[in-house]
Ligand binder design. Sequence first.
Ligand code: ZN
Length: 433
Amino acid sequence: MSNVNELLTFIEKSPTAFHAVENICRELEAAGRTRLSEGEEWMLEPGRGYFVTRNMSSVIAFDIGDASSLRVIAAHSDSPTFKIKENAELSVRGKYTQLNVEKYGGMLYSTWFDRPLSVAGRVLVRTEKGMEARLIDVDRDVLVIPNVAIHMNREVNDGFKYNAQTDLMPLFGDETSKDGFKKLVAETAGVPEDDILGSDLFLYPRVKGTVIGNSGEYILSPRLDDLECAWSGLSAFIAARKPARGVNMLCVFDNEEVGSGTKQGADSTFLRDVIKRIFIALGAKKEDVYRALAASFMLSADNAHAVHPNHPEKTDAENCVFMNAGIVIKFNANQRYTTDGVSAAFFHKLLKDRGIPFQHFANRSDVAGGGTLGNISGSHVSINTLDIGLAQLAMHSCCETAGAKDVASMVDGMTAFYSSNVEVGRDGEFFLS
Ligand code: ZN
């Protein structure tokens, strides 16, 4: 179970997308990959590995064999949370100081109440020559969003509609904490208040990930969606080592929870730009590029809904998935999940040949369900793609539950993917090795 402990430690050290990406970069550097910057010239060599970040919250890593194909795994770095507004404080009757927050993504509101919260993110600091970004983490219990007592809200257990403006503001302190937030941020960043020119700061729950269940069969942690897949992809990318053929790519994109439509999200040019620069550096001809894309595959990895113990009726009768039953392959006729017969067959063969467990998911036919990275990214880089994930409960709660055994299955499946090689014949014919 050492990979479970490593995963939970990674998540704990990654309270925001910025921190997740920083921790991924640190692991990549320790594993011998070279950091690139989008603003500099790239001199790439076959047999070597590299990574590049955009906005400090998305990262693409790649190991170069040759220009014959791409094997891409995509996951996301962000999770639903609350973002702190520019004018960050609210005063209540002169006695309380609250933080002024708005929601980021679609979370289960009730899970954020009555638990210690803290603040982390990015600040832009004035320097002699301009400005630079620094990550901060207040890293102590400092805030709470208090429930209204049942005596003052008798109907709460009959279903209650929370209002994001009135019900969800966290308590920061008493009247002595007025004007204290900027001070706290500046102190944490180690700079004078006036030197902070901008910020992207978020709340995070202070709860640590833990192993639960009578036999230790589950994990309970914040941000399993989608740091579980991001961490599995990273572990597989490093474990697979440098490929002889093709290019292995790991993409961890920010902003999936708000539609991916940012300069660093899956709906940006980031992946396409990096692919173009790899082909240019390898001296590939246009014809080589089209041939390589035809032989390329992508795994879009984002967690899936396990059958709920209290509500098994919420899932399809047969295409339903359970924790600890292996990698989930997701299907949707309207292609909100990108898996089709070809991409499923390719992955089935890969997993069956190695005895790695997998299962199939489709929504109930009367439920729309959510899309994820694959179909968005596919509009920029059109390659064979399938949507996969791990089964979990309580998606978008601030504490989610997943299967402890599944982490190893995902790492093994992704490593097998990175170690595979595909050549194409006529349309529909694939040579796999
Ligand atoms: Zn997700």
